[in-house]
Design a protein around this ligand. Structure first.
Ligand code: 13P
Ligand code: SF4
Length: 350
């Protein structure tokens, strides 16, 4: 039922070198105090993704912000009253916050923090692709630019993608999906929908290796295997739980297992360990036969976020996200559809 778009239209993405922030205890405390004062003065709230540093995640929680997956970051930022939103994450997260909150100032800690999926799907190639398939409903993953969202009928995150596509399939709609091919194939399989797939991938998740994972599973037979659906199909097939970052954290909290093998960015381990102290969290392997590990289970763009840069951004006002209003007005429709669908799901579940 699924078909793929020719690979040659997909740009090759070079991940930047991994540069992580290292702070002494005294530096960390001084920076946090400085940032807290600046945030109070600027009426700012911090939204941090689970893949950012433990320092940023802790600061977001200490200051009344949120640490979450990309769906909840969008929802929380939209609902919050602060006049400034600071995004610790990657560009599409900052853009989503701005699309939903045009009246607010939205700052990125590092405006150069990209996402390989977003880079894999330039609007100049994607828009003609959609135009060539007018019979299909265009569903794009949130890891895309504002211009790509503006061309879409629906935006989805990994937490809700399968539910939305199943809903569209039940209405008889055929899907054009972008950009992540692994997530697309997974959604196709669980929803049964007719999906035409863009062939993008995430440099971090694509590096997980099924053979090496099987070896690790054999050494830890009691461990539950948790996999983010941006991982290759052979890795997903080994999973006990496939889900968004929040769904994987919930699995660590609720499953009876004492140990877990996790195939997603290891930044998430901070929250998993805090949520379930005493449980053993093991990193799924990115080595072994055919390994291409360039990031070793950590997103190099997420690693561009740090406390030093956050202080500089608040002091200097750099990193402000700006989006063309015509693009924003179109993009907000496809994001709002997802948020409304998610709210209806929550009401149904309550
Ligand atoms: P979530 O939507 O699960 O937070 O994932 C975002 C992401 O970039 C995963 O690599
Ligand atoms: Fe993008 Fe992958 Fe980084 Fe997530 S982990 S932000 S999908 S490059």
């Amino acid at each position: 039922m699924s078909a793929s778009y020719p690979l040659m239209r997909i740009p090759v993405v070079q991940a930047p070198p991994m540069v992580e922030e290292h702070l002494s205890g005294a530096e960390r405390e001084a920076l946090k105090e400085r940032i807290k004062a600046l945030m109070r003065a600027q009426d700012a709230v911090l939204l941090a993704h689970y893949y950012t540093s433990a320092d940023l995640q802790d600061l977001a929680e200490e200051t009344g912000g949120c640490v979450s997956d990309s769906l909840e970051m969008a929802r929380f930022g939209h609902a919050h009253a602060a006049r400034t939103i600071v995004v610790a994450g990657v560009r599409f997260m900052g853009e989503t916050a701005k699309i939903l909150n045009p009246e607010k100032r939205v700052l990125m800690i590092d405006a150069a923090a990209e996402c390989s999926l977003d880079l894999n799907c330039p609007a100049e190639s994607f828009i003609p692709f959609c135009d060539a398939h007018p019979d299909r409903t265009v569903v794009v993953y949130s890891n895309t630019s504002a211009a790509v969202k503006a061309r879409a009928d629906w935006v989805v995150t990994s937490g809700i993608a399968a539910k939305i596509v199943r809903h569209l399939h039940e209405r008889g709609e055929k899907i054009l999906w972008a950009p992540d091919r692994h997530l697309g194939r997974y959604v196709q399989r669980v929803s049964g929908a007719d999906m035409l797939l863009w062939e993008g991938s995430c440099v971090v998740h694509e590096a997980f290796r099924a053979d090496a994972l099987k070896d690790l599973m054999a050494r830890h037979p009691e461990a539950a295997v948790l996999v983010h659906p941006e991982s290759p199909e052979a890795v997903i097939e080994l999973a006990d739980v496939v889900g968004s970052t929040t769904q994987l954290i919930d699995a660590v909290r609720t499953l009876p297992n004492r140990s877990f093998i996790v195939a997603t960015d290891n930044g998430i381990f901070h929250k998993m360990r805090a949520t379930a102290p005493g449980k053993l969290i093991l990193e799924a392997p990115t080595v072994g036969e055919g390994a291409t590990c360039t990031s070793c289970a950590h997103c190099p763009w997420m690693a561009m976020n740090g406390l030093r840069k956050l202080a500089q951004v608040l002091e200097g006002g750099a990193g402000e996200v700006r989006i063309d209003e015509a693009v924003r007005v179109k993009a907000v429709r496809s994001i709002t559809r997802m948020l409304d669908f998610a709210a209806a799901e929550r009401r149904r579940a309550a």
